[in-house]
Ligand binder design. Sequence first.
Ligand code: HEM
Ligand code: MYR
Length: 415
Amino acid sequence: MATMPADRSPDSTLALLRAGYRFISERCERYGSDVFQTRILLAPTICLRGRPAAVLFYDNDRFQRATAMPLRVQRTLTGRRGVQGLDGPEHADRKAMFMSIMTPTAIRQLGQLFDDEWQARIPAWEAAGPLPLYDELGRLLTRVVCAWAGVPLPTSQVERRAVELHSMIEAPAAVGPRHWRGQLARRRTERWLGDLIERTRVGLFPAPPGSALAVIAEHRDRQGRLLPRRVAAVELLNVLRPVVAVDQYIAFAALALHDHPGWRERVRGDGEATENFVQEVRRYYPFFPMAAARVRHSFDWQGHHFPRGRRVLLDLYGTNHHPTLWPEPELFRPERFADRRVDPFELIPQGGGDHWAGHRCAGEWITIDLMKRGVTNLTSTMRYDVPVQNLALDLHRMPALPPLGLTLTNIRRTA
Ligand code: HEM
Ligand code: MYR
């Protein structure tokens, strides 16, 4: 049996939080291996990156998700007892519930609401001063996703809910106030959505048929039971929060258009170029750093032993930047997708494998659709300037965004 390269430090949790997106890749490069062992949260943890590692990681016979996600992530980003931590038939049932919401018609409706809202906001942006794009898109997507999901949201509550949803995304890898804000936001939003689920079930609130609210409130498990109110709230939040998180990808797309202005022309009116551009934004920019699982039964792989119960982290960012998969991975080059079939284990910003059978992101198609619309709106429906500002991405910070988001000025409508 080969010896797995191992970090010598007694615990690397702080090193991971400090190193951020490059933690796993830096060590893979140091050890000359795409698999190594370290200690995270005081427990031995195997880290992996690359295509063969992704194929392994998404094998349900070898890995489980129960107890895999650190508590600090559950208390902020994902919640407890939701789809992310389920296995086997229970996961299949819950995942089917999510996938039933993602019909082509529903995705188009969400996209149409997004476009309408974007275009309706342009006069206000023209009249106002500098526009912080990330915050504005956060509010815009909060309004849009609530309308789409059947969740009532008075205008007076938009700002508050948008801030809460952002806080949950900001919190999992943070220590101190940034982390606590995420915990508090989760408790508040779960209470808000739990009440709404309850009112929907007793007929006090008419959820639009087919909406995420209706589907989740009415979902029955394999024993015919409704989801506990708290779990239903966690799952509804698993739709609202990540749709709002697409604002970060759209801000990254705006950053890419700024850094590579030639692409403004190339994407305009060209669906294929827009698609390639969006795929490269998802590959290149740092977002969800890694996925976590536990070894279900001991096994050996590539000469290394994986003992039962061991936590394993798959480096999503590192796989998207792996030098054998992506020539010149640190260059932003959308044309790399022009003649390339998108393999389910190579481009994995939202997880790998199959959407139904595994834990791959249920909202991947929505994400791609909203990003394409974001790029089209940024290039075809308005013009703007990007004033001098600090646009450096800090790969040490999870999630990473320029310090003040991205500010646009001098917005004017073109279409
Ligand atoms: C799972 C990323 C948007 C719903 C995941 C996973 C990742 C991810 C990495 C976990 C994969 C794994 O555990 O193996 C992202 C990113 C997004 C995004 C970067 C961009 C904003 C969305 C959207 C939705 C969504 C728009 C819903 C409308 C979910 C759900 C799961 C999930 C329900 C759990 C799937 C499961 O455990 O089976 N996402 N996601 N996500 N995502 Fe997303
Ligand atoms: C979502 O809301 O589910 C999608 C976007 C979440 C992005 C979170 C980025 C930072 C997370 C660090 C967590 C480490 C997970 C092991």
